[in-house]
Design a protein around this ligand. Structure first.
Ligand SMILES: [Zn+2]
Length: 422
């Protein structure tokens, strides 16, 4: 297919999304009004995958062993690249769709429906992959481990935000569970016979706080004390804390984990308490693929929006799309739905996810993602270029590649279903 045919395809996509406007916005609002938590997004998954099946996609539900995951495939007339748009649709406890995943799920659906209405004669396959549990449990990691991304050449998605961006990264992280075991004793009558596990937790916090001067600016080491003792007149025999350790790249994240471990071991030595240390898998850092990011940005700008470059001190969290970007060329774009200082995971952000701006992001996201996939399908040399860049980045140690990613994952205790991640 020529690039002129690609241009015609793109204008057809925009018209198709505009025709689907009311239908898509109704679905976005319905998802928002019916928030479902990680791994329990049964109604959202059924709704989105049902729409895709009705539009001619071949839909497989429960892929990768996850009940609420799906893989919807639109097959072209002949072999070619496999390009995917990823949908998220899980909500947060208590505050519902305060991360705006109703916008993500519905814009991915819109992209799929627009491709199905306009993609007559293309080479390759377009997928919509339903990925559960971004907020807790890392659905994309479980799907990747189960092989769901093995035949995917490029993966993209959008996320609502306060600014339009395509190249923002995200933080690599892991979660540490610390338990100190000491010895109970009467806190007034015989404190000299006890071993204070709480003191070891406090010393761990103090030691890591003392190290912050020596950490890079992107370091994030944040913890909570989950058990501090049982009664004020008993020397605590058991105390526990949880930490999340994050940085912009995995190599530095490993260094920070080493600092925290040294702090905890030092606290154990100082108090005589025994340290129990478990590191659980978290999300990898996001690395945007340059070719795909450029196409995606141009398609967002073609809709009359401005795409801005991330700041050097960009605020960011973590996402399991980071892991996908470590195994295939990927882009996680952001579209603004709220004023700049609106925090994510807030009631204001939840309201924005069904505001006029939230609705516009559903439609613009659907158009920009479908256009980006159409361009990749129309010009497979762009897919080859993206893959060549990915290989260069892999050789440079910027991304892992599937095998190394799987190997690295084995070093951790498994993800905890439902534990907060992003
Ligand atoms: Zn989110």
């Amino acid at each position: 297919m020529s690039s002129a045919a690609g241009e015609a395809w793109k204008s057809g996509i925009c018209a198709a999304v505009s025709e689907l406007r009311d239908h898509l916005l109704q679905i976005s609002h319905e998802l928002h009004a019916d928030p479902e938590l990680a791994f329990n997004e049964h109604r959202a998954s059924a709704r989105l995958s049902g729409e895709l099946a009705g539009a001619g996609f071949t839909v497989e539900r429960g892929v990768g062993g996850l009940d609420t995951a799906f893989r919807a495939e639109l097959r072209g007339s002949r072999p070619g690249p496999t390009v995917a748009v990823l949908a998220e649709y899980d909500a947060l406890p208590v505050i519902g769709h305060a991360c705006g995943h109703n916008v993500i799920g519905t814009s991915a659906l819109g992209a799929g429906l627009a491709l199905a209405r306009t993609g007559q004669d293309f080479a390759g396959r377009a997928l919509v992959i339903g990925t559960p549990a971004e907020e807790g449990g890392g659905g994309k990691i479980l799907l990747a481990e189960a092989g769901v991304f093995e035949d995917v050449d490029v993966a993209i998605m959008m996320h609502p935000s306060t600014r339009n961006m395509v190249a923002r990264g995200s933080l690599a992280h892991s979660r540490i569970d610390i338990v100190f075991h000491g010895k109970a004793a009467h806190a007034a009558g015989s404190p000299d016979l006890g071993i204070n596990a709480l003191q070891a937790v406090i010393d761990t916090f103090n030691a890591i706080n003392g190290m912050r001067l020596h950490m890079r600016r992107d370091a994030r080491v944040h913890g909570i004390i989950t058990h501090g003792g049982d009664a004020v007149n008993i020397i605590p025999a058991r105390a526990a804390a949880k930490f999340s350790v994050r940085a912009r790249d995995r190599a530095y994240q490993r260094k920070l984990v080493g600092m925290l471990q040294a702090a905890a071991e030092g606290a154990a030595a100082a108090t005589g308490a025994r340290l129990e240390w478990v590191e659980r898998r978290g999300y990898d850092n996001m690395v945007a693929n340059p070719t795909v990011a450029q196409l995606f940005a141009a398609n967002i700008e073609a809709l009359g929006l401005e795409v801005i470059a991330p700041r050097p001190d960009e605020r960011m969290g973590s996402t399991d799309m980071g892991d996908i970007s470590q195994i295939v060329p990927a882009v996680h774009a952001y579209l603004a739905i709220a004023p700049e200082e609106t925090p994510g995971h807030s009631l204001e952000f939840a309201r924005a996810a069904i505001s006029e701006a939230g609705d516009a992001a559903v439609l613009n996201g659907a158009k920009a993602m479908a256009m980006t996939l159409a361009e990749l399908l129309a010009q497979p040399s762009l897919v080859e270029q993206a893959k060549a860049e990915f290989d260069d980045m892999r050789q440079g140690g910027l991304v892992a590649g599937l095998e190394a990613w799987r190997e690295a994952g084995r070093a951790y205790a498994p993800l905890q279903p439902g534990a907060p991640q992003g």
